[in-house]
Write a protein that binds this ligand. Sequence first.
Ligand code: UDP
Length: 476
Amino acid sequence: METEQPKQKSSPHVLIFPCPAQGHVNPMLKLAELLAIQNLHTTFLNTKYIHNRLIQFNDDIQALLESYPKLQFKTISDFHDEEEHPGFGEKIGDVLVALSLYGKPLLRDIIVSEKISCLIVDGIFGDLAIDLAHEFGIQLITFRTISACCLWAYLCVPKLIQCNELPIRGDEDMDRMIRNTPGMENLLRCRDFPSFKRVDKENDHIILDHVVLLTQQSLKANALILNTFEDLEAPILSQIRLHFPKLTTYTLGPLHHHLYTTKKSSSSSSSSSFFKADRTCMTWLESQPLKSVVYVNFGSITSMKREEIIEIWHGLLNSKKQFLWVIRPNMVQEKGLLKELEEGTNKEQGLIVGWVPQEEVLSHKAIGAFLTHSGWNSTLESVVCGVPMICWPYFADQQINSRFVSDVWKIGLDMKDVCDRKVVENMVNDVMVNRKEAFLKSAMEIAKLACKSVSCDGSSYNNFKDLIEYIRSTSP
Ligand code: UDP
């Protein structure tokens, strides 16, 4: 008599697919490396354009692949030629639309050829992978690279529209309080609500509606990964869990520090920059006194007007504090402005460069404050290093992140919607001199909690163990 053999479980193979933007690739690659350390077969999928940049500007990418035989990179077309590619900045929407229209068959081919058993897909892709996960009977996990508070704000939008609290009615409406956001009552003014208006003022509410729709679609997945930690956003996480009880929410952050702590042996994780980092800044920082430098960086997307750059510049000069300022090659349109800034800055006071190894810069002992656009990765990187922030948010989640920095965590000041040299000067002096001790104290307390969360038995550490167990147990 024939006995039926129990079906052998194949070893899991995870596919990680980030949105082709710097703030998405960075944390999702950290997760890929963490999975590879756990000996999980992991494929990291990039668009060709992004893959080429990673290879071009990061010498250590090859070493990363050699360290983990079970980690591999694959590429997918984004349906744009190299010559007329919209890049990864404000026009990224064009790439996302193309991927959502034509990307599914390509993704399907990869699932088949690589025998993928679990998809970890950027939530910005909405429902791109849902049908595929159903078709192959595999797990779909949504990864959101934004803060939990921003994700929650997006989820509150339909209710806010129903209660007539949204859309925002012009500039004169900006100080009105938004009320129907459980977990953050009496906190958000209209100006603190996630916004896209700097990119497209006319259609801001339409863009927000679309982002909300993609967010709702992406939460039809089996589970959710967030790059945050329980102690940082507990009341917000409770709301998300309360409203989405079937969605297991894994907080694994801060992921860059999670990886660093897991690897222990080496000082830094491999970089995934889209630009070549200028390391001369590290030598310059070595010559600066303890906590004396304001580090200024507005991330990988922000574009600035001439007037804004000039105001920030004078504010920094007038503060009399040393500064390290990153001005990306594609950040200012006007030729000659960079030269003007470089020539007008006393080398003893300020250094201006095109791109830096940010995690390394923030952990340097000479850094006293971070003038930031409040991107979520930058915020977490500053939190881990206990560096107080001065926030000048540009768009999307940055408006709400900066509110949390200033009014919830109290680890910095929010310059929101103002770009004035006197304000810059005063805020730099408040954070670096007048209120230095108070800011440093709260920043150090939160930094300790961040480190605890990724250490043995911390919340992110334990959640990661649970995630691994989940991936292994649900693998077909
Ligand atoms: N970054 C960097 N060097 C730079 C500027 C940025 O390494 O000169 C990294 C930074 O450490 C962070 C990411 O790029 O991990 C930017 O992500 P964030 O969410 O802060 O902002 P975005 O660029 O998405 O607006």
